[in-house]
Structures are given as C-alpha cells and as structure tokens.
Design a binder for this molecule. Structure first.
Ligand SMILES: Cc1cc2nc3c(=O)[nH]c(=O)nc-3n(C[C@H](O)[C@H](O)[C@H](O)COP(=O)(O)O)c2cc1C
Length: 192
C-alpha cells in the first residue's frame, strides 16, 4: 500500500516534515510512505498546459496517480493552507476530468507550535477534499499543537504519548485505505 505524503511546509527545519517522517516511521507493515515534494511546482496557470505542461507538473501528477492514498501534513498560514500546498492540489486537479486526487483515500494531520494545532488549515484543506472527491479519514482528528515541545533537535518525536497517537493514527488510516478501495493505484492493480 503506497501512501503519497504531501508536506505543506517548504522550510528546511520544518516541524511538519518531522511529524511526516515520524508518521511514516510508525506506519504499519505493508504500508510504504513516499514524500512527494511540492516546492518546485510552477504556480498553476492553465495556459501552461498547452502544448505540454511543465515537467515538474507531469512528474508530480504521475507520482500521486501511482499512490494508493494521500496523507497531508500541513502547517497553518494565516488560518488556512499554505500557498504551496494549495498550488500542489490545484496542479493535481487539472486538466479538467483528469484529476489525480479523485477517489483516493486521504488523511489530514495539521501541525503548529501554537496551541490549536493548525485547526483552521486542517479544515480548509478538508473543504477542498470534498470537492476533489477524496474520502477523508474523519477520526481520529489530528491537530498537533505545541509541536516544539514534542520533538528533539534531531527531529524525533520524544513524547511517548504523541508517538502512540501517531502510530494509532497510521493504523487507522491503513484500515481506512483498505476500506475505501485503496485509490486508483490499487484498483488498477486489482483489474490487472
Ligand atoms: C506566513 C505565515 C503565517 C502563519 N500563520 C499561522 C497561523 O495562522 N496559525 C498558526 O498556528 N501558525 C501560523 N504560523 C506559524 C507556523 O505555524 C510556524 O511557522 C510553523 O513552524 C510552520 O510549520 P513548519 O515548522 O512545518 O514550517 C504562520 C507562519 C507563517 C510563515
């Protein structure tokens, strides 16, 4: 089961990337996480689709298309999703009728040094997932607040309670992926 992981922060020392790595490390056996980078995607402009879209757009679309599910790990910028992540979502959603997101099971983890765990970004993102027709895991919700106190300088999650939460989250997500058909990649494997 291949999970494409999209990290909403481009920052080198990103807490979100630390949590994404921790989630991947705690995922149950049989799952394979792959962080799909979004930082080099040109800003979405339909004019760039013809005659041929940018190479990075094509690679990005192919990588997401080849995954069974998508895990979003995102900070909150001004109570919403950071621009680069929204851009990646837009790139994947076009050309019209060829969205790479459609039917892929998804989960959202939001991460912030603040107290409310990027709740605003988490829910703005969920609004897009409805439109993109991605079955999104509802429970457990994952708002990781006060993240600076949960990791060490190597980016490892030090708080056992948090590790346990992340482990259970990935177990539940794996079951969710199974229950929702595992997205396009699995369906095409089954059909083959
Ligand atoms: C442009 C900008 C807007 C931000 N807005 C919010 C916000 O609305 N809510 C919040 O909790 N943190 C906000 N922050 C702080 C981020 O949560 C913090 O920088 C966090 O570390 C970013 O995630 P990262 O460590 O993965 O890069 C903002 C940061 C930036 C740069």
């Amino acid at each position: 089961m291949k999970i494409a992981v999209l990290v909403g922060s481009l920052r080198k020392g990103s807490y979100n990337r630390m949590i994404a790595n921790a989630l991947c490390g705690l995922a149950p056996s049989g799952t394979q996480c792959e962080i799909v980078e979004i930082g080099d995607l040109a800003l979405y402009n339909p004019d760039l689709e013809d005659p041929s879209p940018p190479k990075q757009w094509k690679e990005f679309r192919d990588r997401v298309r080849g995954a069974d599910a998508v895990l979003f790990v995102t900070p909150e910028y001004n109570r919403s999703v950071p621009g680069p992540l929204k851009n990646a979502i837009d790139v994947g959603s076009r050309p019209y009728g060829q969205s790479v997101w459609s039917k892929k099971p998804a989960a959202v983890v939001s991460v912030s040094p603040g107290a409310i765990g990027a709740f605003g970004a988490n829910h703005h993102l969920r609004q897009s997932l409805v439109f993109l027709d991605m079955p999104a895991l509802q429970q457990p919700e994952a708002y990781i607040g006060g993240v600076a106190g949960l990791v060490n300088e190597k980016g490892e999650v030090t708080k056992e309670e948090t590790r346990e939460f992340l482990r259970k989250f990935m177990e539940t997500f794996a079951r969710w992926i199974e229950a929702n058909g595992g997205g396009a990649a699995t369906s095409s494997k089954r059909a083959a």
